[in-house]
Write a protein that binds this ligand. Sequence first.
Ligand SMILES: [Ca+2]
Ligand SMILES: [Ca+2]
Ligand SMILES: [Ca+2]
Length: 193
Amino acid sequence: MRTISRINIKEWIAFWLYSIKQKKVNMKKIGLVCACITIILFACNKDDCPQGYTGSDCDIQIAPASITLNSVDVTDFPDAKSDGSGWDDSNGPDIYFKLYRNDSEIFTSDTKSDVLVTTDLIFTDGMPFNIANVDDDYTISFFDEDGLLDANDEMGSFVFDMYSSLNSFPDVIHIENPGGSEFDINIHVDYNF
Ligand SMILES: [Ca+2]
Ligand SMILES: [Ca+2]
Ligand SMILES: [Ca+2]
């Protein structure tokens, strides 16, 4: 399809260049032909590449219109505060996270209560959750919930790329030891074009 089209396009270009030389066509017709060639080239690239890719070698990613958050699992987190004391006095932390876009909160997870560091935390409540503007700045922040009488403890806050034009659309955005922390985070996603 692409080979045939390109041969035809070459012939067309040769024909019109010859016609221009012979002064047989006016500029209006030239403009129309150029527009047709552009449309054909665009259509060929679009049809030939897998979804999400473009370019003559199909190696240029197309930024998705949105990304769907399917689940977030946390397989490791710090088991103590920076001063060595526990997140809570008598039991494990009560972990939840917030997601921010350009410093604006867009999502809050459910809370996993009294968890142990050996437990894999799988957050799915409120998901699938659709996220547009994938090139904006995203931050994920984890907290230990401490009820009404005490301020929640912030366990860690990390900036990450929701989308990268070079990452080949991974199903899981893996964030390991961000900022030197002990967090290990897997964000499971789908891409929408
Ligand atoms: Ca606490
Ligand atoms: Ca607790
Ligand atoms: Ca707590």
